[in-house]
Ligand binder design. Structure first.
Ligand code: HPA
Length: 239
């Protein structure tokens, strides 16, 4: 396929940096570009899935929204990896805590992403694929966060096809398997990276705790998000 693709309007491969930060929300992409990058240039606005490329500490970095759920991040990450020569995608999202060890605004890095999705069926594997983070990205993020004094919880997450599930037992079952948190995109991102021979990492701030009634304020969410973004951008400049 040639570029622009059906979903990304950028005219040239060079419109994207080798590393792309991917929040789910297009307005988060805009926020990161306008507040954290120098000289941001809008490179995509097809379907409002805003993408920008700018400079962070002298290094070109892109940020583009993924939308919600595995079909959506599946499309955008596939096109970035395979048609725009992007090397690294760092998902910067929010997740719901399953583990009682997590608190609001904690930062989680997904070493692995379990899933209830059928995304892997396309590969026709004779078994269950284990979607994992790229170790270099994961290690660089963890080291960078440590330098910044930020604690990172590293482990499994579960990427769910449903936010509103009829199955009321499944969250507890994933929790009982030691899964830290629930979100909706990492597994597809990791599979696309594996298939393309590229690198992916998904990191999250905890926005809700499924087994306690802790609530967040908008200001607290913003501060937690900023901390994670700083760690992700500082990681990007080392890649
Ligand atoms: N479920 C799925 N995705 C999420 C959640 C959740 O509770 N919180 C943030 N992303």
């Amino acid at each position: 396929m040639s570029i622009p693709t059906p979903h990304i309007g950028a005219e040239h491969k060079e419109c994207f940096a080798k590393t792309v930060l991917m929040p789910g929300d297009p307005l988060r992409a805009k926020y990161i570009a306008e507040n954290k990058l120098e000289s941001p240039v809008l490179v995509n606005e097809v379907r409002g899935m805003l993408g920008y490329t700018g400079i962070y500490k002298g290094v070109s970095v892109s940020v583009m929204a993924s939308g919600m759920g595995m079909p959506s991040i599946g499309i955008y990450s596939y096109e970035l990896f395979n048609f725009y020569d992007v090397e690294n995608i760092i998902r910067v999202g929010s997740a719901g805590a399953l583990s009682p060890t997590l608190d609001l605004y904690d930062i989680v890095a997904a070493a692995g992403a379990c899933t209830n999705s059928a995304f892997a069926n396309q590969y026709k594997l004779n078994g269950t694929f284990a979607p994992i983070a790229n170790y270099h990205l994961l290690r660089t993020f963890d080291d960078t966060a440590a330098e910044l004094g930020i604690n990172v919880h590293i482990g499994n997450v579960v990427s769910s096809d449903t936010f509103y599930s009829a199955d009321k037992d499944s969250d507890a079952q994933w929790r009982d398997m030691g899964v830290l948190a629930i979100e909706m995109e990492a597994a597809a991102l990791y599979m696309n990276a594996s298939k393309a021979g590229k690198h992916a990492l998904a990191v999250f701030t905890i926005s809700d705790c499924l087994f306690s009634n802790k609530a967040t304020t908008a200001q607290e969410r913003q501060t937690g998000f900023d901390t994670m973004i700083t760690a992700a951008l500082e990681t990007a400049v080392k890649l």
